[in-house]
Design a protein around this ligand. Structure first.
Ligand SMILES: CC(C)(COP(=O)(O)OP(=O)(O)OC[C@H]1O[C@@H](n2cnc3c(N)ncnc32)[C@H](O)[C@@H]1OP(=O)(O)O)[C@@H](O)C(=O)NCCC(=O)NCCS
Length: 170
């Protein structure tokens, strides 16, 4: 597994990654920095390059990666370099997803481990990851990477979000 910043040569593989989710009824792809809603892959490449430094009232700088195994995209992971008030509550520093046919093989855990190394490179001291309480696979992924549960928030729709911190200095 390696994390690779998306480029033009990944176009076909990225669109196939997206299609696989859609065919399984997953319209919102996690950790993909908007690949799911883009009309044009090349425009998305421009957007994610701008995202590296974009900062305004809504957005913090962020980096997205493909998780690649044997030349195939198995997952995506996005790192938000900072937290704003919204992300501090829900969203956190890192979001990720693994394509439906490749789940349960340890790829999310490995992607998160590699992303935490990137966070250290960015000078981050700790990261927040949030996940829905019913998402057992994601909670295990976080726990395996050193996550410590801070608290649980009940949202307006009744769902419960867990907030985990991972210390990068220990
Ligand atoms: C959550 C998700 C990223 C996990 O990816 P994955 O590659 O299947 O995860 P891993 O194979 O690394 O497994 C992580 C742990 O969860 C467990 N696990 C995997 N699938 C599981 C499932 N359906 N139910 C319960 N546990 C599960 C694994 O056994 C492993 O724990 P273990 O090491 O103690 O055995 C993937 O299911 C996914 O993409 N879901 C949709 C998007 C999403 O929910 N993203 C996270 C948002 S917070």
């Amino acid at each position: 597994m390696k994390l690779v910043f998306p480029a033009i040569e990944h176009k076909e593989a990225a669109l196939a990654y997206r299609k696989e989710h859609f065919e399984r009824g997953e319209r919102d792809i996690q950790g993909d920095s908007g690949l799911d809603y883009t009309e044009n892959y090349n425009d998305w490449l421009v957007k994610i390059r701008e995202d590296l430094t974009r900062e305004d009232e809504q957005m913090v700088p962020g980096t997205v990666y493909f998780g690649i195994v044997s030349g195939a995209i198995v997952g995506m992971i996005s790192i938000r370099h900072k937290l704003n008030d919204n992300l501090l509550k829900i969203g956190g520093n890192i979001g990720y997803g693994v394509r439906p046919t490749q789940r349960g093989k340890g790829y999310a855990s490995r992607m998160l481990t590699l992303a935490l190394d990137e966070c250290r490179e960015l000078g981050m001291k700790r990261v927040l990851i949030t996940c829905d309480k019913t998402n057992i696979a994601s909670a295990k992924t976080i726990l395996k990477n050193g996550g410590v549960l801070e608290n649980e928030l009940t949202l307006n729709d009744g769902s419960v979000t867990q907030r985990y911190w991972i210390d990068l200095e220990g």
